[in-house]
Design a protein around this ligand. Structure first.
Ligand code: NAP
Length: 253
């Protein structure tokens, strides 16, 4: 970064997977990073990695679907690291099932983390962004937004995040805030490992099968997504807003 003071970023669901890779990447880019996840202790290894490399980071425990926990967490970040002007809404869960077997709890849980979570976090953080006259919000959507068997809840939430992204881009642009979404395809994380386990397929076989259907013939890595986040939150990406970029090794898969 070339600008004056270091900026503060919050990455949700950052104890592992895509969120952890994003936290590490943003720290390397010069941001102070709040590593937020359900359990603060689980964030410690990522925070330690960042601080031992000379960066600034804070472990924050919060459930993004809990309004009070979100308000407290964002206030702690502002106190501990400075006004959060970058937010990456990455926390996510899956509760897959075919519609006729999907419980109401599984529907609500997925909506709660992805949609309510992104809403609560964005509403809390935008105060700091509009005050600063600068901000970046990046929402994690998915190729599942285009439809995916067994994921009625998840695909609805991920499609919803795309509409949310475009609307926030319209509302917040005049304050210097850009809002974009990334729709990953298959990324090697505990989330995809859990899907393989649920289907009774060894993860390596599952990845090979997925890679054979992906134009670039490999599955994605968390760093592929972190790199795209890094672009969206950069100073020079200020004219890119309301966009959804599919990071999937091809047009959509
Ligand atoms: P992951 O490995 O399962 O990590 C998700 C993280 O989010 C976990 O650390 C989890 O904490 C945390 N989390 C869950 N619920 C939370 C809540 N209510 N509040 C705060 N944190 C919470 O997932 P990932 O694969 O890295 O995925 C990251 C994002 O990318 C998700 O939004 C996912 O939907 C999206 N995505 C992933 C893929 C993929 O192929 N992996 C593809 C498309 C989109 P716990 O460990 O405590 O549960």
């Amino acid at each position: 970064m070339t600008q004056q003071a270091p900026r503060t970023a919050i990455v949700t669901g950052a104890a592992r997977g895509i969120g952890a890779a994003t936290a590490r990447r943003l720290a390397r880019d010069g941001f102070a990073v709040a590593v937020l996840d359900l359990n603060a202790d689980a964030c410690k290894p990522v925070v330690d990695e960042i601080t031992s490399a000379g960066g600034r980071a804070l472990a924050v425990g919060a459930d993004v679907s809990d309004e009070q926990a979100v308000a407290d967490a964002v206030a702690r970040v502002a106190d501990g690291l400075g006004a959060p002007t970058v937010l990456v809404n990455n926390a996510g869960i899956i509760r897959d099932n075919l519609l006729f077997k999907m419980s109401t709890d599984d529907w609500d849980a997925v909506m709660g983390v992805h949609l309510r979570g992104a809403f609560l976090m964005s509403r809390a953080a935008q105060t700091f962004m509009t005050e600063a006259g600068w901000g970046r919000i990046v929402n994690l959507s998915s190729t599942s937004a285009l439809g995916n068997r067994g994921q009625a809840n998840y695909s609805a939430a991920k499609a919803g995040l795309q509409g949310f992204t475009k609307t926030l881009a319209l509302e917040l642009g005049k304050f210097g805030v850009t809002v974009n979404a990334i729709a990953p395809g298959f990324i090697e994380t505990e989330m995809t490992a859990a899907t393989a386990a649920r289907l009774g397929v060894p993860f390596e076989d599952f990845k090979l099968a997925a890679a054979s259907q992906i134009p670039v013939r490999r599955t994605g890595r968390p760093e592929d997504i972190a790199h795209t986040v890094s672009f969206f939150v950069s100073e020079d990406a200020g004219f890119v807003s309301g966009q959804v970029i599919y990071v999937a090794g091809g047009p959509r898969t």
